[in-house]
Design a protein around this ligand. Structure first.
Ligand code: GLA
Length: 670
């Protein structure tokens, strides 16, 4: 049971402003340092910290023996300083004694490797011993601190699914069998869904069904897809088990866990978001992405969508470099503020970091922090102090909403299915296709929500499905109703191919959407590595082409060369008052203008291409018609933005045009 009423009653208990802070790990430091922490937090305007996330081994040094003294002192110190507490359940790292007692709980990887334990995030999610120990420490924490006046939030575990989300041990196999029995009831149904007649895999007894561990060659794809579903649900079960303890013993305090919206491919966050009281997300820039600000915005928009449009928590991001990418680029001056305010602009009401003070020891000593190794006189800390002050100035934004005209479909199950091996090409990346469509709209200043293919889409003028390999009959009915109702739908290549069992739909390569799109995919024609095709209208496609047979659809773009030369590349049909466009090749964000512009026009969505592409523009909408326009300038030159309003950061009144400084941000209320 989720505690959603907490959200309608307000935000986090005791929180009356935008939240600012981060993971705080005082247990890594002598207590003398704690007073300085509090003083510097005060200077920076920190008002919420996450504590205790990794401290099970300190809190329960021996089985059933607890030491809460140090945590009592930490919480009292924070409370005295007026800093709200987000208290972790430390169940992401069981203590060493747990592993000594339960070596069999170490997860087994697909290739049979048994993971060692001197790390974190490793545990068989189906283990009864782990469940019992996790409930015990959670119960102790909830009983001791559940009604503490400093407590605003529970932070269960840490980043479920990362780095490991599946376990192939015997206990997991037994749990998987039970899960399959509940899903299919009969072995006949399982054999049918998995298509076990292929390669003679038919099961005659439940006991014969195992986990899809590494085999001689590729495994049954439906088996693997079900195992991905099962693994997601096992971890979700670990979360809800702790959450239920917390709800019971600490009523009124919301419970969350930190998602990684785009960085943990194995969790179906549509399912998770229904179970948390408030959505929280971690995001780190990808240094190798030359436009990582676009990736950030995509991640934030996906997070807001998971939150159903309600405010959410940026639980972690970094003040500067991380330490786990091949090349960890430091953030340039001003970049951290742009990143933070982009999350805020996209619906976050809490801006938190990993972590408060840089660790001297351990695996993350080269990761940036709010208070870096260089100390309080450093540029990074000065920027943190400035950001804390800016957030105070932006408090009016709290609770306001982001409105999107467009939605992009996002379905983890479809991604899992398409990620399996033996696909027609290794070059077709569904997440990259989503990114290109998203980036097109980001550059055009069109705000985007993400939606599951079965979600209510009626609020959107345009819906993009850049990569919908797996579509169920229910999803197709939903998309059809959307178009009939006047919506404008754009579907990308290799979509509507398989059903929930990864079985090809009847009716051709695009059997699920053939009637809706009124085009038949007769054959898929992937290109050689680095292959490109020329399209009419001066467009270029890459990676993938198809042999299309338009039915009742008109051809709007043709292949001029390549294996489908002379045939339709993009088609459109009208249905009711809406349209359905099919794009059968891979287009990048530049080329996409040629295909999306006519659809956006039909949908009445205006693009703002007269402004520089790298001016990020997005609004939050508050009570009584207030609009907060966030203008985030990622370029090295200033921009004049035609807008009138009052600047929340400087207090200046702007009558017709605001100068957005190079690398700067302005937030205008109008
Ligand atoms: C994750 C974890 C943190 C920390 C950061 C480093 O998000 O949750 O504990 O390891 O990464 O970037």
């Amino acid at each position: 049971m989720s505690n959603q009423s907490l959200l309608t009653e307000g935000w986090l208990p005791g929180v009356r402003s935008l939240s600012f802070g981060g993971d705080y790990n005082p247990e890594q430091w002598p207590e003398e340092v704690w007073a300085e922490d509090l003083e510097l937090m005060r200077r920076a305007g920190v008002n919420l910290v996450s504590i205790g996330i990794f401290s099970w081994g300190l809190l329960e040094p021996r089985p059933g023996e607890f030491d809460f003294g140090w945590l009592d002192r930490v919480i009292e110190g924070l409370h005295g300083a007026g800093i709200r507490v987000d208290l972790g359940t430390p169940t992401v790292v069981p203590p060493q004694w747990f592993w000594q007692q339960n070596p069999h709980v170490r997860p087994v990887m697909r290739d049979g490797t048994v993971l060692a334990t001197a790390s974190r995030g490793i545990c068989c999610p189906s283990s009864p011993e782990y469940a019992e120990a996790a409930v015990r420490i959670t119960t102790e924490l909830a009983s001791r601190y559940g009604d503490h006046p400093a407590l605003s939030l529970w932070h269960v575990h840490n980043e479920y699914g990362a780095p490991v989300s599946e376990c192939y041990c015997e206990v997991s196999a037994a749990a998987f069998r039970e899960w399959l029995q509940a899903r299919y009831q009969t072995l006949e149904a399982l054999n049918h869904a998995w298509g076990t007649a292929f390669w003679g895999q038919t099961y005659g007894e439940w006991a014969q069904v195992g986990v899809p561990a590494q085999s001689a060659t590729t495994s049954n794809p439906a088996h693997r897809l079900d195992f991905a579903r099962f693994s997601n649900e096992e971890l979700l079960g670990c979360f809800t088990r702790e959450r239920d303890v917390l709800h019971e013993l600490s009523p009124g305090i919301p419970v969350t866990t930190n998602f990684m919206a785009t960085n943990c491919p194995s969790m179906d966050l549509w399912k998770w978001s229904r179970e948390v009281d408030v959505v929280a997300n971690d995001h780190y820039l990808t240094a190798a992405d030359p436009r990582s600000q676009v990736g950030l915005a995509l991640d934030a928009d996906l997070t807001r969508s998971l939150a159903g449009g309600r405010p959410w928590i940026l639980m972690e991001h970094s003040s500067s470099a991380v330490n786990w990418q091949p090349r960890n680029l430091a953030k340039a001056p001003g970049e951290m503020a742009r990143n933070s305010l982009s999350h805020l602009a996209r619906g976050a009401d809490a801006i938190l970091f990993f972590q408060w003070r840089a660790s001297r020891r351990g695996a993350e000593k080269f990761h940036s922090a709010m208070l870096p190794h260089a100390g309080a006189n450093s540029r990074v800390f000065q920027e943190i102090v400035q950001l804390g002050a800016d957030l105070q100035g932006l408090d009016a934004v709290r609770g306001s909403q982001v409105k999107a005209q467009a939605a992009i479909l996002w379905d983890w199950e479809s991604l899992w299915a398409q990620d399996l091996d033996w696909r027609p090409t290794v070059d077709l990346f569904p997440r990259q296709q989503v990114r290109e469509y998203y980036e097109r709209l980001w550059r055009d200043k069109v705000t985007v929500d993400f939606a599951h293919p079965t979600a209510d889409l009626s609020a959107y003028q345009v819906v993009l499905a850049p990569a919908s390999y797996l579509l169920t009959a229910e999803a197709v009915a939903n998309l059809t109703a959307y178009v009939e109702g006047g919506g404008h739908l754009v579907v990308g290549p290799f979509s509507g191919v398989v059903d929930q069992d990864d079985a090809v739909h009847e009716g051709g390569w695009n059997g699920a959407v053939r009637d809706l799109l009124q085009v038949s995919v007769e054959e898929v024609l992937p290109l050689p590595a680095d292959g490109q095709v020329t399209l009419s209208g001066d467009l270029r496609g890459s990676i993938w082409t198809e042999d299309l047979l338009p039915l009742e659809a008109e051809t709007v773009v043709e292949y001029l060369d390549g294996p489908a030369a002379g045939k339709a590349a993009v088609t459109r049909r009208t249905l009711g008052s809406g349209t359905a466009t099919y794009v059968s090749t891979v287009l990048d964000h530049e080329t996409l203008t040629g295909v999306l512009d006519p659809v956006l026009k039909l949908a009445g969505v205006s693009v703002q291409r007269e402004l520089p592409w790298d001016l990020e523009l997005v609004s939050r909408h508050g009570n009584e018609g207030a609009e907060y326009v966030f203008a985030i300038n990622h370029a090295a030159t200033p921009v004049d933005l035609p807008v009138a309003g009052s600047d929340l950061l400087t207090g200046e009144n702007v009558s017709d045009s605001a100068k957005i400084p190079a690398g700067g941000v302005r937030v205008l209320r109008r």
